[in-house]
Design a protein around this ligand. Structure first.
Ligand code: NBP
Length: 477
C-alpha cells in the first residue's frame, strides 16, 4: 500500500504527528535521519495504524502516493533547509512539501518561491499545541497554494483539534501566511502568560496569598470569562508541591524566563509594520529583564530604593476581583493588538486572511485556546465594521466595565512597587486610542524644528514647514 502522507523527522513532535495521522486512517510513510528513531516509533507504536518506515529519503519518497505529500518536523533552521532540499531533489512537480516547524515567515516566503520555481508546492504550516496537541489534535495554520490545500486540507482536517464541531485548521493564505499567523499566535501567548504572571505577583507578593490560595482563585477564574488553557495550567502549576522540599513548586523554580524567539519575531515584525503590540513587546522585555542575571544580582547587594510591594486593602476579595477584571481587559487589548498585526501583515504581504477563521481555529488544540476566542470570531464574523477589536460591541462593553478596576490595579501596583508592564502598557494603549489629541502634535513640532521634517495642519490640507532658524514664518512645501 502506498502512503497518502509522510512525516520526516521523528523526534517528539514528528512521531506524535505521525501517530495522530495513523490513528485517523491515514497511511503514513515515516523517515528520520538516524534510523534509530524510526525503529523506536515502529517498535513502540507500529501497531497503532498503518506506517511505512523508510531507511532512505528515496525509499520514503517512493512509498508516497501522488501527489506526494510530506510534512517536515525537524529542527528549525539549517536542518529544515537540508530536508527541504533533499525532498525537492527526490520529488516531482506537483508534489507537496510541508514545513510543520516554527519557521520564521520570511524564510517560508523565500523557500516557497524557490520550491514553486521547481514546480513543487511548498506549505509553511504553523502547528500549535506542543507534544500533546501533535498527538491528540493540534491547531494548524497552513499557508501555501490553493492547489496544495486541496490535497493537504482533508488530511490536516482529519487530525486537527475539534472546537464546537469544527476542525481547528484553515487555509490561512499564500506562502508565508501560515507561519506569520503562528508567529503572532505565539506572541499573543507571551502576552497572555505575562498578564497571568502579573496577576499572580499582585496576589502573592501584594496581598500575601499562598500559592495554593491563588491556585484556587485561578480555578475559579477558569469558570468565567477567563476560561482558557493557560489559566487552567496556571492553577495546576500553582497547586503543584515540590516533592524534594515540600514547598510550592513555583517557589523552587529559578525566576529567569526562557524564550525561543517567536515572541521576539512577533515584536520585530510589528516594529517593521509600525503596529503597536505593546502587550506582546512588554512580555518579551519582561522575560528579558528576568534573565538579566548580572543586573539583578547587583541589586541584591546594592538595593535600589522603593516601596515593599505590600498591598494593604481592607477588602482583599474585592482587590482579587479587580485583578481578574484588569487581566480580562488587558487580555482583550493584547488580542486586539495581535489581530491588528495580522491585518497589517496581510496588507503588506498581500494575503487574504479571514480573521474570524483565525480566531475559530485557535479555539481548540493550541496554547492560547480560550472560550473568549468565540467572542473574537463572533466579532469578525458579524460583518460589523471596526478598525480595532476594541470597537466591537461586546469587547467595548467588557473593557468599559472593567476599566475602573483596571485603573485601580495599575495605580496600586505603581504605588506599592510591583511591576505590571503588560497591565499598564495595555491601559496606556487604551487611553492612547481614546485620546482626542495626542502629544504627537508636539513631536511633529520638534521634528520640524530640528530636521525640517514638516507637519500637517488641523485647519487646512497641505504639508508645512516653519522657518525655525529664520523669522519663524510658515512655508507650504
Ligand atoms: P527537534 O527540534 O528537537 O529536532 C529533532 C529532529 O531534527 C530529529 O528528527 C533530528 O534527527 C532532526 N534533525 C536535526 Br536536529 N538535524 C537534522 C539534519 N541536518 N537533517 C535531518 N534531520 C535533522 O524536534 P521537535 O522538538 O520534535 O520539533 C520539531 C519541529 O517542531 C521544530 O521545528 C520545532 O520548532 C517545532 N515545534 C515544536 C513544538 C514542541 O512543543 N516541541 C511545538 C511546535 C512546533 P536525528 O534524530 O537524526 O537527530
Amino acid at each position: 500500500a502506498q502512503a497518502n502522507i509522510g512525516v520526516v523527522g521523528l523526534a517528539v513532535m514528528g512521531s506524535n504527528l505521525a501517530r495522530n495521522l495513523a490513528h485517523h486512517g491515514n497511511t503514513v510513510a515515516v523517515y528520520n535521519r538516524s534510523y534509530g528513531r524510526t525503529e523506536t516509533l515502529m517498535n513502540e507504536h507500529g501497531d497503532e495504524g498503518k506506517f511505512i518506515p523508510a531507511k532512505t529519503i528515496e525509499e520514503f519518497v517512493s512509498s508516497l502516493a501522488k501527489p506526494r505529500t510530506a510534512i517536515i518536523m525537524v529542527k528549525a533552521g539549517a536542518p529544515t533547509d537540508a530536508m527541504i532540499e533533499a525532498l525537492a531533489d527526490a520529488m516531482e512537480p506537483g508534489d507537496i512539501i510541508v514545513d510543520g516547524g516554527n519557521s520564521y515567515f520570511p524564510d517560508t516566503i523565500r523557500r516557497e518561491k524557490e520550491i514553486r520555481a521547481r514546480g513543487l508546492h511548498y506549505v509553511g504550516c504553523g502547528i500549535s499545541g506542543g507534544e500533546e496537541g501533535a498527538l491528540n489534535g493540534p491547531s494548524m495554520m497552513p499557508g501555501g497554494t490553493d492547489e496544495s490545500w486541496k490535497t493537504l486540507g482533508p488530511i490536516l482536517e482529519s487530525i486537527a483539534a475539534v472546537a464546537e464541531g469544527e476542525p481547528c485548521v484553515t487555509h490561512i493564505g499564500h506562502d508565508g501566511a501560515g507561519h506569520f499567523v503562528k508567529m503572532v499566535h505565539n506572541g499573543i501567548e507571551y502576552a497572555d502568560m505575562q498578564l497571568i504572571g502579573e496577576s499572580y505577583d499582585l496576589l502573592r507578593r501584594g496581598l500575601g496569598m499562598s500559592a495554593e490560595e491563588i491556585a484556587n482563585t485561578f480555578d475559579e477564574w477558569n469558570k468565567g470569562d477567563l476560561d482558557s488553557y493557560l489559566v487552567e495550567i496556571t492553577a495546576e502549576v500553582l497547586h503543584h508541591v515540590d516533592a524534594k522540599t515540600g514547598k510550592p513548586f513555583v517557589d523552587v523554580v529559578v525566576d529567569h524566563a526562557g524564550m525561543k524567539g517567536t515572541g521576539t519575531w512577533t515584536v520585530q515584525t510589528a516594529l517593521d509594520l509600525a503596529v503597536p503590540v505593546t502587550g506582546i513587546a512588554e512580555a518579551v522585555f519582561a522575560r528579558g529583564l528576568s534573565s538579566m542575571e548580572a543586573q539583578r544580582e547587583e541589586v541584591k547587594s546594592k538595593p535600589l530604593a522603593g516601596p515593599d510591594g505590600k498591598i494593604n486593602v481592607e477588602d482583599k476579595a474585592a482587590f482579587v476581583e479587580a485583578v481578574r477584571q484588569a487581566l480580562y481587559a488587558s487580555k482583550i487589548v493584547a488580542y486586539a493588538q495581535g489581530f491588528d498585526e495580522i491585518r497589517a501583515g496581510a496588507a503588506k504581504y498581500d494575503w487574504n486572511i479571514d480573521l474570524g477563521a483565525v480566531a475559530r481555529i485557535w479555539r481548540g488544540g493550541c496554547i492560547i485556546r480560550a472560550k473568549f476566542l468565540n467572542r473574537i470570531s463572533d466579532a469578525f464574523d458579524s460583518g460589523e465594521k471596526f478598525e480595532s477589536l476594541l470597537q466591537d460591541a461586546y469587547f467595548k462593553a467588557a473593557v468599559e466595565n472593567a476599566q475602573d478596576a483596571w485603573r485601580e490595579v495599575v495605580s496600586t501596583a505603581a504605588r506599592v512597587g510591583i511591576p505590571v508592564p503588560a497591565f499598564s502598557s495595555s491601559l496606556s494603549y487604551y487611553d492612547g486610542l481614546r485620546s482626542d489629541r495626542l502629544p504627537a502634535a508636539l513631536i511633529q513640532g520638534q521634528r520640524d524644528f530640528f530636521g525640517a521634517h514638516t507637519y500637517g495642519r488641523v485647519d487646512m490640507p497641505g504639508t508645512f514647514h516653519t522657518l525655525w532658524s529664520g523669522d519663524r514664518s510658515e512655508i507650504e512645501e
